[in-house]
Unconditional design. Structure first.
Length: 373
């Protein structure tokens, strides 16, 4: 996994005049601070904001999981942890540190519930597209690996059509058949000493090695057709590998060649299509996710601090040697701004009835953690 940057997303009433303290005093001024400007949304009623708070929490988690899933898929398919995380032509960290609301796509004359619906539908549709594309790639990869095993596996599993020749078989005989047995090299003596007596009517000294690899010897053995099934069953008991799947056919040989080429081309196309889609989806889902997070911060701020919306929004960054300071920073923030927990709902008296319904995970002020991989 690539480098991780952790952030605290913080909203405070403008009356706290927090900027200088956050810049100079919070964990000794070591955490980079970014001030984010959010627009004033069409808030609606307090009842609608409480309902929207629950929806936003759900979508925030869903879209965060979607972003992580796309990252996992890209890392798996490209076999690399260094895949660039680009959002709207910027590095993901730069995107959120310089975030501005996309008023072209998400017009501010729409109420919050419509904006949330648009954003979540867009992101979850892309998430579904990526998952479908990944399933298609997995199926194509599985088909190619099966064809590759037939072409390039060991003698116990690979296609034998390019190895054997017609003259190595008894063909068109009414009574005789030639069988192929892949024998592990460490069982060579066992095979040669006992194959003639596995069943009746095995042709003496008919065993011949026609191919070898690092693990197996491939033998032909000729016997009466009547005892072919009995012979192969006994061979398996000896831990040899009868290749009963093989029937000599020029047509089958040509089909196998085509199968390998077709499945290889299909797997390659499915992989390239998936990578292109996943990179685009990462950008768009991440952007939707952070827009959802922005609305969530706004809604929680209104519910906690009251109207009119006079809040400052901050990103506090923790990465590198500073990454371990998130918990310490939270304690310092509570020490400095904990008084908001007692006053947060008193500015507008009719907010009291909503106090028990508001997301209280980040009391005594609006605070969320954010991880960017």
């Amino acid at each position: 996994m690539g480098a991780i940057a952790n952030y605290l997303v913080l909203s405070l009433p403008q009356s706290t005049n927090a900027h200088d303290w956050l810049t100079q005093e919070l964990i000794g001024g070591k955490a980079p601070l970014y001030k984010i400007k959010l627009p004033d949304f069409q808030s609606g009623t307090l009842d609608s904001l409480v309902q929207e708070s629950d929806e936003l929490s759900k979508y925030d988690q869903q879209l965060s999981a979607s972003v992580s899933k796309v990252i996992d898929i890209l890392s798996t398919v490209t076999e690399s942890d260094s895949t660039s995380r680009v959002v709207n032509s910027k590095q993901a960290t730069d995107f959120i540190q310089s975030f501005t609301w996309n008023t072209t796509k998400y017009r501010l004359d729409k109420p919050i519930n419509q904006l949330v619906k648009i954003l979540s539908n867009e992101a979850l549709t892309l998430d579904n597209d990526v998952r479908t594309s990944y399933q298609n790639y997995q199926a194509a990869k599985s088909n190619f690996l099966a064809a590759d095993r037939k072409k390039n596996g060991d003698l116990s599993i690979k296609s034998l059509h390019e190895i054997v020749r017609p003259e190595q078989f008894v063909l068109d005989s009414e009574h005789l058949a030639t069988v192929l047995i892949a024998v592990p090299k460490n069982l060579k003596s066992d095979f040669e000493d006992s194959y003639e007596t596995l069943t009746q009517f095995v042709i003496p000294r008919s065993a011949a090695v026609i191919a070898t690899d690092s693990e197996y010897l491939l033998y032909t053995v000729t016997l009466f057709k009547k005892y072919q099934q009995e012979f192969t069953a006994a061979a398996r008991e000896h831990k040899w590998h009868p290749r009963t799947d093989f029937i000599y056919s020029e047509e089958t040989l040509n089909n196998l060649r085509k199968e390998f080429d077709i499945t290889r081309a299909t797997e390659s196309k499915a992989k390239n299509d998936l990578i292109r889609l996943a990179k685009t989806a990462y950008s768009d889902i991440f952007a939707c996710w952070f827009h959802i997070r922005a609305i969530r911060v706004y809604v929680e701020s209104v519910l906690r601090y009251g109207l009119p919306p006079q809040f400052d929004y901050y990103l506090i960054k923790f990465d590198g040697a500073n990454a371990k300071n998130v918990s310490k920073a939270k304690k310092e923030l509570i020490g400095k701004f904990g008084f908001l927990g007692g006053d947060g709902f008193s500015n507008t008296s009719n907010l009291h009835e909503y106090a028990s319904l508001v997301d209280t995970e980040y009391e005594p002020f609006v605070l969320y953690e954010l991880e960017v991989v």
